[in-house]
Design a protein around this ligand. Structure first.
Ligand code: CAA
Length: 258
């Protein structure tokens, strides 16, 4: 890798399979602004790097893929900056989805909030046996803001997605497989991801590129704007301040609907 990053690493093997690792294990790889900027930069590089044919995305350590957007940073947001933060996350995850090389999330441990949204922006997902998925934002007085309200329904259907989003419940690997949220459960998700990518790469490279493009073409994107607007509005509510404070102070929130 010619550029150096402080919160992500990139390794590429001899077949051109790159492994992108989100590397903030002490904060369960939570997506702060720095991680998001570096991810955006890295995926722009990946898209044009002819030595990279496919990508695995994983989190550092055993405990988490990514535990969400950085809650400490979310507390600073108001309506306008909240909407912009949501749009920024959406655009970066769109960049990942728009990669015309197969991208697989290898999910060990927690994939919550922005972490689940990152996994959903990857083309395929392989869960480790300890993987836990969830969109817990309502518990913070928020809604998913990095595309989760759009991608989850398209992956598992509106009713199941709404149940997950409204309850914020956590879903373990086997249930995620039954829901269609992940493609496979494996004891070794990173290795399983590389094996799957190797199988994919045996096929015609232009066909692979065009297949990804065609499959995503039918998705419509107006819902993302609505998501960002509503996320921004929530950033200014007392409930959001209470929900994020409660998390950081390690206590239960008391919402007032204000
Ligand atoms: N943001 C900031 N810090 C986080 C974080 C997050 N999303 N998730 C974990 N951390 C930090 C914790 O504050 C803690 O830091 P300290 O050691 O400095 O106290 C450290 O990572 C370890 O976490 P815990 O002590 O909480 O670990 P645990 O094993 O007790 O719990 C967990 C693990 C259930 C994943 C818990 O950390 C948790 O619930 N995390 C938050 C999950 C969440 O709500 N994610 C959604 C964020 S909002 C979002 O993503 C919005 C969006 O759509 C854009």
């Amino acid at each position: 890798m010619s550029k150096s990053y402080s919160t992500i690493t990139l390794e590429t093997d001899e077949k051109g399979i790159a492994t992108v690792t989100i590397n903030r294990p002490k904060k369960l790889n939570a997506l702060n602004d720095n991680v998001l900027n570096e991810l955006a930069d890295l995926f722009k590089v990946i898209q044009v790097d002819e030595d990279i044919n496919a990508i695995t995305v994983k989190g550092a350590g055993d405990k988490a893929f990514v535990a969400g957007a950085d809650i400490k940073e979310l507390r600073e947001l108001d309506d306008r900056s909240g909407r912009m933060a949501s749009q920024k996350g959406q655009q970066i995850f769109q960049l990942i989805e728009d990669t015309r090389k197969p991208v697989i999330a290898a999910v060990n441990g927690y994939a919550l909030g922005g972490g689940a949204e990152l996994a959903m922006a990857c083309h395929l997902r392989i869960a480790g046996e300890n993987a836990v998925f969830g969109l817990p934002e309502v518990g913070l007085g928020l809604i998913p803001g990095y595309g989760g309200t759009q991608r989850l329904p398209s992956l598992i259907g509106r009713a199941r997605a709404l149940e997950m989003i409204l309850t914020g419940k956590q879903v373990k690997a086997k249930e995620a497989l039954q829901l269609g949220l992940v493609n496979e459960v494996s004891a070794t998700p990173v290795e399983a991801s590389k094996e799957l990518l190797n199988n994919i790469l045996k096929n015609g490279p232009i066909a692979i590129r065009n297949a990804i493009k065609a499959v995503y073409h039918s998705d419509h994107h107006s819902g993302y704007q609505v998501e960002a607007d509503l996320f921004g509005q929530l950033c200014e509510t007392e409930d959001c301040m209470e929900g994020t404070s409660a998390f950081l102070e390690k206590r239960k929130p008391e919402f007032k609907g204000k």
